[in-house]
Design a protein around this ligand. Structure first.
Ligand code: PRP
Length: 191
């Protein structure tokens, strides 16, 4: 592992087996997506909508990379276990938007899409509020487990179906603050 400044993360860094996407690669990609959004949405003042909590790091960096006027709002959903969700497709909205999206250009920003169930539910919910447009921006795409096809306008990285942490992604709420994305050592996963 040759990530600059990795040693500063001490006990967290010691539990990382391999870095899959460096902080530099992440920042470069987020800047690229920010430029594309700034061009595509010029003059339309979009509302960026994120789902807590994993998206927080991506959203913060993306907002800084967008150079046109934008607004931001957040939703929260309950996390059912994968098994329960796959059976029911159910996602419960725990916190709704504070902004009315009717007639607005909405860009849904997600950290990771895996089965697609969460996004599918939330997009249907938002579409019913009649935004002027509704598009999706996803930083990490895990395509192997996809159950529902979701059109993605802005995509960062394809990830294998492996348990990754960092840059907002957690394991038991830890590791979100790592500035890179990596694989945990098996002993850390057993904790
Ligand atoms: C992640 C992500 C999505 C969901 C995607 O959230 O932010 O909401 O999983 O998975 P799906 O495509 O299989 O529905 P997570 O449950 O990890 O919660 P967190 O953002 O609070 O970490």
């Amino acid at each position: 592992m040759s990530e600059p400044g990795l040693e500063e993360y001490g006990e967290l860094a010691a539990e990382i087996r391999e870095i899959l996407i460096s902080a530099e690669e992440l920042q470069a990609k987020v800047r690229q997506i920010g430029r594309a959004i700034s061009q595509d949405y010029a003059g339309r003042s979009p509302l960026l909508v994120g789902v807590l909590k994993g998206v927080v790091l991506f959203m913060a960096d993306l907002l800084r990379a967008v150079t046109i006027p934008v607004e931001v709002d957040f939703l929260a959903v309950s996390s059912y276990s994968s098994e329960a969700r796959q059976k029911s497709g159910l996602v419960r909205l725990e916190k709704d938007l504070e902004t009315s999206i009717t007639g607005r250009h909405v860009l849904f920003v997600e950290d990771v899409i895996d089965t697609g169930l969460t996004l599918n539910y939330l997009l249907r919910n938002l579409r019913a509020r009649q935004p002027a447009s509704l598009e999706v921006c996803v930083l990490f795409n895990k395509a192997e487990n996809r159950l529902i096809d979701i059109p993605i306008k802005y995509k960062g990285f394809d990830l294998p179906d492996r348990f990754v942490v960092g840059y907002g992604l957690d394991y038991q709420e830890k590791y979100r603050n790592l500035p890179f994305v990596g694989l945990l050592k098996p002993e850390a996963l057993r904790k």
